[in-house]
Design a binder for this molecule. Structure first.
Ligand code: PEP
Length: 247
């Protein structure tokens, strides 16, 4: 059985004051919650860890591939682990687009996360043009081949399927489309990693809200969600966590 995961990506949003939302989330979690993760901006990781107890894990939104060195402004995975954070998101489409990250960059970052003892959340997803052209599954398979390291710990490897056109837009694929994308991802991972792939969790991301969470979490092979905007406020994120715990 894969443990469900509700992951929040705050992107470049928030403030020290906004971290009180974390305390509110921790206080209002459902009984027997799934794993809950928030990835605040890097300057707030340490404060966020102080703010919440063990019920909410804290992660980073990106990392460098190297353990240390002359890389001004970058963050090494051993530093993220040293703070007490547990996860790192790699290959988010905003990183791929804004910073030109390739699949091989993402793979090296995922590897760096795993080597530091973190769980690496590897994001993949098609553009709107690729979706319109019916290329979704081919794109996902190519990204999986390029972005997932060979030497994974399946228990600490998470794949987030995030159609780029669904991120922050209020648009989502149909439930059938999410189901076939997740089924295809699972098949591709099983072809490559055999039974070990069973432990890899698959998240859906892209405009998950309290109103659509239950339907999405009812899809087989959806083990949770990576949530952007709706993870900023406890009033939005806790209902999503609750829907996941009831799925
Ligand atoms: C994301 O940034 O990964 C995301 C899914 O954002 P949103 O939930 O706001 O669409």
């Amino acid at each position: 059985m894969r443990r469900k995961l509700a992951a929040g990506n705050w992107k470049m949003n928030g403030s020290r004051a906004a971290l009180y939302e974390l305390a509110k989330m921790a206080e209002t979690l459902p009984e027997d919650p799934p794993e809950v993760l928030i990835c605040p901006p890097a300057p707030y990781i340490a404060h966020a860890i102080e703010m919440v107890g063990p019920s909410i894990m804290i992660g980073a939104q990106d990392c460098h591939t190297a353990e240390k060195g002359a890389h001004t402004g970058d963050i090494a995975t051993p530093m993220i682990a040293d703070l007490g954070a547990s996860h790192v998101i790699v290959g988010h489409s905003e990183r791929r687009t804004d910073h030109g990250e390739s699949d091989s960059d993402v793979r090296a970052k995922a590897d760096a996360g795993l080597k530091a003892g973190l769980t690496s959340i590897i994001c993949i997803g098609e553009s709107e043009a690729q979706y319109d052209a019916g290329e979704t599954i081919n794109v996902l398979n190519a990204q999986l081949r390029g972005s997932v390291p060979d030497d994974i710990d399946p228990y600490r490897t998470v794949i987030a399927y995030e159609p780029i056109w669904a991120i922050g837009t209020g648009k989502t694929p149909t439930l059938d489309e999410i189901a076939s994308a997740h089924a295809a991802i699972r098949t591709t991972l099983t072809d490559r990693f055999g039974d070990r792939a069973d432990a890899i969790r698959l998240l859906y991301g892209g405009s998950v809200k309290p109103g659509n969470a239950s339907d999405i979490f009812g899809i087989p092979e959806v083990d949770g969600a990576l949530v952007g905007g709706a993870s900023l406020k406890a009033d939005d994120f806790v209902p999503i966590i609750t829907a996941l715990s009831e799925s």
